[in-house]
Design a protein around this ligand. Structure first.
Ligand SMILES: C[S@@+](CC[C@H](N)C(=O)[O-])C[C@H]1O[C@@H](n2cnc3c(N)ncnc32)[C@H](O)[C@@H]1O
Length: 255
């Protein structure tokens, strides 16, 4: 009889940010296939005797190609195992979770999901910078700042350069100069505040506050390492300026 695959979001790093479902599924699994972004603390929650298979991908260094990862999941499930496919953040946000699920389901393997707290939400709550805020940002957009090696970064700059929206850029360290330029070309002011957050929610978390026209050189000087994301927009101006209690009072006053 075939096993099944749990597609689990491990969250951004802090083990307290796993959902109860994610934890239960991880503890039920007898094989755990995990990515590089999964923190050691999260991974250590696996059941005793579970077999661990790392398939971590470092930037520009795909340790195990995606096709091979798909095959590993299929082979393990076909052998009757309960497989935890553990991914950083949420498996369905820049995580290729849906590609793996489609491959498994096409091969008659049952897939169950546990959503995870995506890096943007983890960074937002650990820094206190909201992703939306009345009067500053009415929406939030998540975008990847990375394209496959031979492809250009052809994002829809006009749509992204919305002064009333927060933009969160994943995988953007290498291209942040190009991203800032694309947004400024579509009239997002160079003074727009930007925050880079590295290793959010972990003891190694790093924060860098800058502005759109300076972020590229600031990132170079700070030598930020992966994983890092960028929060771009007026919400960043709230960082540490006011205690959350005051913001709450203001929101109440606005009705
Ligand atoms: C392949 S994407 C995976 C995203 C993941 N599925 C999620 O929902 O968070 C990897 C990128 O996510 C971001 N990221 C993941 N974990 C992070 C963390 N703890 N702190 C900051 N950025 C993080 C970085 O931009 C990194 O380059």
């Amino acid at each position: 009889m075939s096993g099944k695959v749990f597609l689990i979001g491990a969250g951004p790093g802090d083990p307290e940010l796993m959902t109860l479902r994610a934890l239960r599924m991880l503890q039920e699994a007898d094989v755990v296939v995990y990515d590089r972004l999964v923190s050691a603390e999260v991974l250590s929650q696996h059941s005793e005797g579970a077999r661990l298979i790392p398939v971590g991908k470092a930037p520009k260094c795909h340790t195990v190609p995606q096709d091979r990862i798909n095959e590993i999941l299929l082979e393990e499930a076909d052998a009757g195992h309960t497989v935890a496919r553990l991914k950083g953040g949420d498996p369905m946000i820049f995580g290729r979770g849906s590609e793996e699920a489609a491959y498994l389901m096409a091969n008659d393997i049952a897939v169950e999901y546990a959503p995870g707290i995506t890096a943007a939400q983890g960074a937002s709550c650990s820094t206190g910078v909201p992703l939306t805020h009345r009067g500053l940002a009415t929406s939030v957009q998540y975008v990847t700042g990375h394209r496959q090696a031979d492809k250009v970064l052809d994002l829809d700059w006009k749509r992204l350069a919305d002064p009333e929206s927060t933009l969160v850029v994943y995988m953007g360290v290498a291209n942040i100069g190009q991203i800032a330029m694309g947004l400024m070309t579509e009239n997002l002011p160079g003074s727009t505040p930007v925050m880079a957050v590295g290793s959010a929610t972990t003891p190694e978390e790093r924060r860098l506050v800058s502005r759109l026209d300076q972020i590229a050189s600031d990132v170079r000087k700070a030598d930020l390492e992966a994983p890092t994301l960028f929060i771009i927009g007026q919400v960043v101006s709230l960082y540490a300026e006011q205690p959350m209690a005051e913001l709450f009072e203001q929101a109440q006053a606005h009705g």
